[in-house]
Design a protein around this ligand. Structure first.
Ligand SMILES: [Mg+2]
Length: 137
């Protein structure tokens, strides 16, 4: 199965919004993303307005939480190849952002992911993480 792409916001989503500092981590979301990535089910794009040193700090913070994003504010190489170019909007199967209108995690999980490969524990952690990120909004 090709991993699904998740574009995830930083401030207010992966951590509490204390920009330009870094707020308390959203542990349920971090745990869910780490587990799904290690299982080979997802690739992660860090999708943030941060730049320069603040962006470097966010990437380092993610590494310290044992998550290495596959891309930062850019498309994955396989998407650039598939689209025949690099689109300004990064392509993802799911966007997680505290400013989103609605999280479509149920559709994502039910329709797109091979849920037979997703453990019940990983599923519940993922859903809980998404819900937690909404609580920071
Ligand atoms: Mg945000």
């Amino acid at each position: 199965m090709t991993p699904k792409i998740i574009a995830v916001d930083f401030d207010g989503t992966l951590c509490e919004d204390r920009y330009p500092n870094i707020g308390e981590p959203n542990i349920p979301l971090l745990n869910a993303l780490r587990e799904l990535k290690k299982a080979g089910l997802i690739e992660i794009i860090l999708w943030t307005c941060r730049k320069g040193n603040e962006l470097d700090n966010a990437i380092r913070w993610l590494w310290n939480h044992d998550i290495q994003p596959d891309a930062v504010n850019s498309n994955l190489p396989r998407i650039i190849r598939a689209f025949g170019g690099d689109t300004r909007k990064v392509y993802a199967d799911l966007y997680i952002d505290d400013k989103s209108f609605e999280c479509k995690f149920d559709d994502f999980l039910n329709d797109d992911v091979d849920t037979t490969a997703l453990t019940e524990e990983a599923y519940s952690k993922f859903v809980k993480g998404v819900i937690e990120c909404r609580m920071y909004a």
